[in-house]
Design a protein around this ligand. Structure first.
Ligand SMILES: Cc1ncc(COP(=O)(O)O)c(C=O)c1O
Length: 365
């Protein structure tokens, strides 16, 4: 966080309207602008909330199945459970670690309601293929774009073409509100429903809150949730948004530097990704030959923290019983992936220090 974010928080707190107010409306309009203006953004308090409400919008409920990679963030599968549906685990593509469209098509059954696909790290889902499967089978698509806010697929901003899209702006995302999520939909009817769902199902017009006014009259027509976003969090996002180009350029530069400096190391597989149009959330490598843990310890000994995105959901107790595809690619990737440090405005020397430590594990430098 820089001076602008700190100032924005102070202004929002001094302003006195701490809950959902004008900054939330402004944040939604600013996100819509990033997406090119063709979609409607509804802000909520977390990415998980956005996934939950996105799945409700998709009509997923008890008795339904949602096809999702097991190799995904836990929020995706917990959100499926939260609507009473069951996840069906699909394998991923070895090249992108995103959902394998052909395998997803094979998993479609009479109870399938939706496909939940997640852009991963420096890769995007094959969105055209997923949309084609959805159209062929009358399914909804929920696109988890928590890793790809500010990215493009060709000329189209991520979030501008999916059936239902969601973003997370949690503390570690490329663009952060400290905590927030956004659901992106196509129709005003869906947006209006989302605006009620996020305030316990109450019909109070958001426009009033956005003018810092209240009404004491409301109707409730369905279950709702306390998912609305505070003005303070939205103000942080508004302070971050003008920096999006700088954030994206910095993250791209770090990924390119990692790729160039780690190229050609035996035993290390790099993502085959062109980051030109992306705003990468994470940079991962694959450590081959069962040496992942030793590699992580080697880096930890040199003061470098690494991550594992993700532990596949089907390996957990709750989700181990769910219907699933053959998950061979998932199983292999899950043993190999390591996320290296990546943040906005990372100094070249920091990237180099990580690369030197990584190379030294394999006997180089
Ligand atoms: C891919 C993905 N989906 C969903 C989420 C959940 O978002 P939040 O932490 O804002 O609830 C995250 C958070 O890290 C994520 O990385």
């Amino acid at each position: 966080m820089e001076a602008e974010e700190l100032e924005a928080v102070e202004d929002a707190v001094r302003n006195g309207w701490l809950g959902m107010g004008s900054a939330v409306g402004d944040f939604e309009r600013a996100v819509e602008k990033v997406l090119g203006g063709s979609r409607i953004a509804v802000a909520v308090n977390t990415g998980y909330s956005a996934l939950h409400l996105g799945l409700i919008t998709a009509g997923a409920g008890p008795g339904d199945e949602v096809i999702v990679p097991s190799f995904t963030h836990l929020a995706d599968v917990q959100a499926i459970r939260a609507v009473g549906a069951q996840p069906v685990f699909c394998d991923i593509l070895d090249g992108t670690l995103c959902i394998d469209p052909a395998r997803a098509a094979d998993l479609v059954g009479p109870r399938t309601r939706a496909i939940l696909s997640m852009d991963y790290g420096c890769h995007l889902v094959d969105h055209a293929a997923i949309a084609a499967i959805a159209e062929a089978h009358g399914l909804r698509v929920v696109h988890d774009a928590a890793h790809s806010f500010g990215a493009f697929l060709g000329d189209d901003a991520i979030g501008s073409f999916s059936d239902i899209c969601m973003f997370s702006f949690d503390p570690v995302k490329a663009l952060s509100c400290i905590d927030a999520g956004v659901v992106v939909v196509k129709t005003e009817a869906e947006a209006a429903r989302l605006r009620a769902l996020r305030v316990l199902g109450a019909s109070n017009p958001a426009e009033l809150a956005y003018r810092h006014q209240r009404t004491w009259e409301f109707d409730v027509v369905e279950d709702g949730f306390r998912y609305h976003l505070s003005n303070v969090h939205a103000a942080v996002g508004l302070a971050q948004l003008p920096k999006l180009d700088r954030i994206r350029a910095g993250r791209q530069a770090s990924c390119r530097r990692y790729s160039a400096r780690l190229a050609g190391i035996d035993g290390l597989r790099l993502p085959d990704a062109d980051v030109t149009d992306l705003n990468p959330f994470l940079f991962y490598v694959r450590v081959l030959g069962g040496r992942r843990q030793a590699f992580r310890e080697h880096l930890a000994d040199r003061g470098i923290d690494t991550g594992i995105h993700w532990l596949p959901a089907h390996r957990t107790t709750l989700y181990g019983v769910c219907r699933r595809d053959d998950l061979t690619v998932t199983e292999v990737a899950a043993e190999e992936i390591v996320s290296l440090p990546l943040h906005s405005g990372m100094a070249d020397e920091t990237v180099d220090r990580v690369c030197d430590a990584a190379a030294s594990f394999f006997g180089g430098r």
